[in-house]
Design a protein around this ligand. Structure first.
Ligand code: NAD
Length: 318
């Protein structure tokens, strides 16, 4: 069986590639290397276990080349930076919606019938009550979130019209080695630059669920293997949630620092930027019913990620 992983040189995509190769699949990656890195898949290229197409899914010809001869597509290519929505909404329109449309069209034309899509908890926006299950209203408050909703809608239509079996995964914050964006990465870089002060975007009270990459990959393959319906949506998260302030404390501790002055930069109702969500937490009963149980909770995921990223970026061993 041959599998295409779009965005396979990125953070989640490359860990998924590791897992699929380990499980014996033949894997092709398409990635424009905008945020992904060849280094993330280098070990597979050296052993010829993965084929890499460096190309952009905004180009329909690249999408056609990428899906040629594959049975299943894991679509993880996107611009994942929610904050980009504030200043450059066109980026999320093009990188997320246009690229997904090109991919679906290529799948239709080449007869590829199975898709796993990396959606996001940002499709829920700011729910009145949390945690939310998969039937909660879809009300994104960022263009990033809106782009994921648009992709989900396109995928649903392709599933119904052209018989593409689709599994949509709404991930919470996925963290772990190779991560290069988001709050954990931001805190580490700021603290390495200035160990006496930490700027926190928002009032620090924003609530999120953090899932460790190994758990996220396990949930992804579980959903793919065990879903029978032609279209299914799952929340993917750990079973708890923590405040951004607590993430900051973990980063400070892992760096062996103390007396770090926290400087809060809240906008609106305490969020970090327009489009940032104050509180989001996910019910995970649906994916749990398939047999998935995360190994780490949010705090353990943050702690492990900080430690691993420090080793990665600075050779600092904690
Ligand atoms: P990432 O930036 O590390 O990975 C995205 C990859 O897609 C990169 O390798 C990038 O080079 C590639 N890419 C982007 N645009 C492309 C294009 N037009 N053509 C080809 N390749 C392109 O980010 P990630 O955190 O690994 O996210 C992977 C997916 O999971 C994304 O779809 C993201 O929206 C989604 N997601 C991530 C999180 C998270 O917390 N990391 C949470 C929810 C959803």
């Amino acid at each position: 069986m041959r599998i295409l992983v779009t965005g396979g040189a990125g953070f989640i995509g490359s860990h998924l590639v590791d897992r699929l190769v380990r499980d014996g699949y033949r894997v092709r990656v398409v990635d424009n290397l905008s945020s992904g890195r060849v280094e993330n898949v280098k070990h597979h290229l050296e052993s010829n276990s993965v084929e890499l197409i460096v190309g952009d899914l905004k180009d329909p010809q690249i999408a056609l080349r990428a899906v040629e001869g594959v049975d299943t597509v894991f679509h993880f290519a996107a611009n994942p930076e929610v904050r980009v929505s504030t200043t450059n909404p066109d980026i999320h329109f093009n990188e997320n919606i246009v690229a997904t449309f090109n991919l679906l069209e290529a799948m239709r034309r080449k007869g590829v019938k199975e898709l796993v899509f990396a959606s996001s908890s940002s499709v829920y926006g700011e729910p009145e009550e949390t945690p939310v299950d998969e039937n909660a209203p879809i009300r994104p408050i960022s263009v990033y979130g809106a782009s994921k909703v648009a992709c989900e809608a396109l995928i649903h239509a392709y599933s119904r019209l052209y018989g593409v079996k689709a599994v949509v995964l709404r991930y919470a914050n996925v963290i772990g080695p190779r991560l290069r964006h988001g709050v954990v990465w931001d805190f580490i870089n700021k603290l390495l630059e200035n160990p006496t002060e930490l700027e926190i975007l928002g009032d620090g009270k924003q609530v999120r669920s953090y899932i460790y990459i190994d758990d996220a990959v396990e949930a992804t393959t579980t959903a793919w293997r065990r879903t029978e319906a032609s279209y299914e949506v799952y929340n993917i998260a750990s079973e708890d949630w923590i405040k951004v302030d607590e993430v900051a404390d973990e980063a400070v501790r892992a760096l062996g620092l103390s007396n770090v002055k926290k400087v809060y930069k809240p906008v609106l109702h305490g969020v970090g930027w327009p489009g940032d969500v104050k509180k989001i937490a996910l019910k995970t009963g649906k994916i749990n019913k398939l047999g998935f149980k995360p190994v780490m909770n949010s705090r353990e995921a943050v702690r492990t990620t900080v430690r691993m990223l420090l080793e990665e970026v600075d050779g600092i061993h904690c």
